[in-house]
Design a protein around this ligand. Structure first.
Ligand SMILES: [Zn+2]
Length: 66
């Protein structure tokens, strides 16, 4: 029973876990799965469809926090 603020449910194509997105997703938006940290991208909104983000394979720097 939350009035107004809806979270949108998505299914990670990598680990298959459901998670909710707080913001309103847009096509092309990049999302990181909170369960497996897969880089995902929104490719459809109705229904919400996620696909693996097509990142540069070279770009594997994960701990870049400078
Ligand atoms: Zn996942």
């Amino acid at each position: 029973m939350d009035n107004g603020k809806r979270s949108i449910e998505a299914v990670c194509p990598d680990c298959g876990e459901k998670f909710s997105i707080r913001t309103t997703p847009e096509v092309g938006q990049r999302i990181t799965c909170p369960n497996c940290w897969a880089y995902l991208q929104v490719i459809g909104l109705n229904p919400l469809v996620l696909e693996w983000d097509s990142l540069d394979p070279e770009d594997e720097e994960f701990g870049d926090e400078s």
